[in-house]
Design a protein. Structure first.
Length: 221
């Protein structure tokens, strides 16, 4: 019988509780077992599914948020921490703050996404954070999660996709196009190349060197 990682942890904890708390007996066994947590294959949307999802947004702010998640491979927290000054239209880059003691990284900014952001900024005029809530300050992660759930249902996407799945899709689609794994690693901010290589499990093409300036957001969406 095969047991999942979480079930094995629960079984081990139950045995430990039985001997130490109920029977109050010592057992010659080391409970500090390190079990390797299995790596999960990321949920990835197809290019067509991403396009359907992004096109389903009529609210400009919502569309800009989800477009950035995909086009730059950003985490939800990174989206929420973006400030207006982090969008570098001269170098066509997005600066992502990594926190205290960590080196900031940069991701790609396509012409189409820049146009969308300019339209958004003109209409909403954010003062500090790029995406602000109704009362000012940062937009909320829970709102983004709720929007994803609503629009996924609207688009009839049955995969267990979350906003983070757009980041997975960004990496996988770049890999499908043949983008070098090291470049994808830099864009995603992965410390170890092995973290990036998990996308080879869902990529449909063999890796090869291509123009690193490629972006799916230059396609029709």
């Amino acid at each position: 019988m095969d047991y999942s990682y979480s079930m094995m942890k629960q079984l081990l904890a139950s045995v430990r509780f039985l001997y130490e708390e109920v029977l109050q007996e010592e057992i010659d066994f080391d409970f500090n077992i390190r079990m390797k947590k299995p790596s999960r294959i990321p949920v990835v949307l197809s290019v067509e599914e991403v396009q359907r999802l992004l096109n389903s947004f009529t609210n400009l702010k919502h569309k800009a948020i989800f477009t950035l998640c995909y086009s730059a491979g950003l985490r939800v927290g990174e989206i929420l921490n973006l400030k207006v000054k982090d969008i570098d239209s001269d170098r066509m880059q997005i600066r992502i703050h990594q926190g205290k003691g960590q080196k900031d990284r940069y991701s790609i900014l396509s012409e189409k996404v820049l146009g969308l952001l300019r339209e958004y900024v003109k209409e909403y005029q954010p003062a500090d954070y790029l995406f602000e809530g109704q009362g000012g300050g940062r937009y909320s992660a829970s709102s983004i999660q709720a929007l994803m759930k609503r629009h996924k249902k609207k688009c009839r996407i049955n995969k267990k996709a979350t906003p983070h799945s757009l980041r997975h899709s960004f990496a996988t689609h770049l890999m499908d196009n043949g983008t070098d794994t090291r470049f994808i690693q830099e864009l995603l901010g992965h410390k170890h190349i092995s973290t990036t290589q998990i996308y080879t499990n869902v990529s449909s093409k063999t890796l090869k060197d291509v123009n690193p300036n490629y972006s799916r957001m230059d396609a029709k969406w």
